[in-house]
Design a protein around this ligand. Structure first.
Ligand SMILES: Cc1cc2nc3c(=O)[nH]c(=O)nc-3n(C[C@H](O)[C@H](O)[C@H](O)COP(=O)(O)OP(=O)(O)OC[C@H]3O[C@@H](n4cnc5c(N)ncnc54)[C@H](O)[C@@H]3O)c2cc1C
Length: 473
């Protein structure tokens, strides 16, 4: 048995799960090798996910604000969009961040291998190096952090740049005149928001009855209303039966009870129907690690697979497929390897949809509580009563607390409105700390801020909100 301090760990995949794991392992004094095909760490999140999408969404928000400013007596001209400068700004952000991670990796003496890893056996990896050649290396522990990729529906697969996945959409080769987004999940809506702000006529098609399936409907409603104005159309309960390339674009056939126009032609189509875990790691079958029916590598609460020397974290290890969940799992796996008594069992993992307005939630949702037949009390504070929301002209928002009626403990928080993604962190802390509604109500929040809406929602629970009259008891 190797002493933990002498251990050599390999981390396969340098996304937010992999690099967080590798860096902590180095900080704890372990020897670490981090393997990834890119020049620097970053993974999907930095190269083709969270970061480039948020850079473009920032610009989309700016365009939206500038157009809205005429309501406040300030008129800007039509935006002139230089797509190649926008693209290079976004690429610059990615380059700076990934370059920074490269520096952090060197400072920590993490051995970074640019290449792809395959298993020879549970302890030995064969790395095909980006510079050419292969190398076999043995390790005491191996962490799989290989992430995920866009899911493909064979019927929608056309080998043409007119049909894009999220990676191609973020490349921003051009702004088409018309775009169909297939899938009303968060990635499709965020990218649809970007293209719509840049002047493209965007339609979204979703096979279920609402956008963002899984999120509470009252959170989605203000977004749906706003998107009805900013997008060309939102087609619900509708499936795409076929796509065909023609000289003028992609001909799409729709199916469903609400379909009015069965066929339409779009310049481009973005297929955004979910993501698939990258669990087909060559040679994994030579180990005892097991892949579950949905393609996720099976792990316990220490992120250990059925093979005692192999751990798996992040998108490849299960839902929710989010960067912050990947990083926390990465850190937990390393602590477990280092012999600390740890388990990954968070009470709340926040989810944020960076649309306009933003939607964010954590912990228990109303939808989940209903499914579980669990008794809850919901306290909602409408942003129409928030001074800060009024000054921002964004009163469509809402903050709600989901509470245990007996203990008054905060079980979940849901927010829709500008900046909801920043606000939700307080909800996560409240849940993790076992806060009661009283704790949130008695915490002095700065005025005038949107953060006060959390405090006021707690006051709503007691029927004593300063800014609305709604006796509750
Ligand atoms: C458009 C878009 C927007 C997103 N926005 C957000 C957001 O706002 N917030 C959020 O939390 N999440 C967001 N996500 C999801 C987020 O990117 C993922 O949850 C996160 O990147 C998962 O991290 P990970 O470490 O598990 O793997 P990844 O980031 O997927 O990284 C895995 C790495 O492993 C490498 N790899 C795979 N196989 C091998 C191998 N055999 N050998 C070596 N290397 C290998 C891959 O090339 C990749 O670099 C977004 C995703 C997309 C696509």
């Amino acid at each position: 048995m190797t002493e933990t301090s002498n251990m050599h760990i390999a981390v396969i995949g340098a996304g937010p799960g992999g690099y967080a794991a590798a860096f902590l392992a180095a900080d704890l004094g372990l020897k670490v090798t981090l393997i990834d095909p890119e020049l620097n760490p970053g993974g999907v999140c930095l190269y083709r996910g969270c970061i480039p999408s948020k850079a473009l969404l920032h610009v989309a928000n700016l365009i939206g604000e500038s157009q809205h400013a005429k309501n406040w007596g300030v008129e800007f001209g039509e935006p002139k969009i230089d797509v190649s400068r926008l693209r290079s700004w976004k690429e610059d952000v990615v380059k700076k961040l990934t370059g920074g991670l490269g520096v952090l990796s060197k400072q920590r003496k993490v051995q970074y291998m640019q290449g792809r890893a395959a298993f020879e056996n549970s302890n030995t990896l064969r790395v095909s190096k980006a510079e050419g050649g292969e190398e076999n290396r043995s390790f005491d522990r191996i962490i799989l952090a290989t992430g995920s990729r866009p899911a493909i529906i064979p019927a929608l697969k056309l080998d043409t740049p007119r049909v894009m996945d999220s990676t191609a959409a973020l490349d921003l080769a051009e702004v088409p005149k018309t775009l169909l987004v297939i899938g009303g999940g968060y990635i499709g809506l965020e990218l649809g928001t970007v293209y719509a702000a840049l002047g493209c006529k965007v339609s979204v098609v979703e096979m279920l009855s609402g956008l963002l399936p899984g999120a509470d409907r009252d959170l989605v409603l203000p977004l749906h209303k706003r998107m009805e104005k900013s997008l060309e159309s939102i087609l619900l309960n509708t499936t795409v039966a076929s796509v065909k390339e023609e000289t003028s674009g992609i001909r799409v056939t729709f199916d469903g009870p609400e379909v009015k126009e069965r066929e339409r032609v779009f310049d481009k189509v973005l297929v955004s129907v979910g993501r698939k875990p990258n669990s087909e790691i060559p040679g994994l079958e030579k180990t005892q690690a097991r892949v579950g029916p949905r393609g996720f590598i099976q792990v316990n609460k220490q992120l250990q697979t059925d093979d005692p020397v192999i751990y798996a974290i992040g998108d490849v290890a299960g839902e929710p497929m989010l960067a912050h969940k990947a990083s926390h799992e990465g850190r937990t796996a390393v602590e477990a390897i280092a012999g600390h008594k740890v388990a990954f069992e968070p009470s709340a993992i926040p989810a944020v949809v960076f649309t306009d307005p933003e939607i964010a939630w954590c912990g228990l949702t109303e939808t989940k509580a209903q499914k579980q037949n669990r008794e809850i009390k919901v306290a909602k504070f409408p942003w129409a009563a928030s001074g800060r929301a009024m000054t921002l002209d964004r009163t469509e928002g809402m903050t709600k607390l989901i509470l245990d009626p007996q203990s008054e403990r905060v079980l979940g928080v849901g927010i829709v409105g500008a900046g909801a993604g920043e606000l939700i962190a307080e909800g996560v802390l409240a849940i993790e700390m076992g806060a009661l509604a009283k704790d949130v109500a008695l915490t002095i929040h700065p005025h005038p801020t949107l953060s006060e809406t959390l405090m006021e929602a707690a006051e709503v629970f007691y029927g004593t909100s300063t800014d609305i009259y709604r006796p509750n008891r």
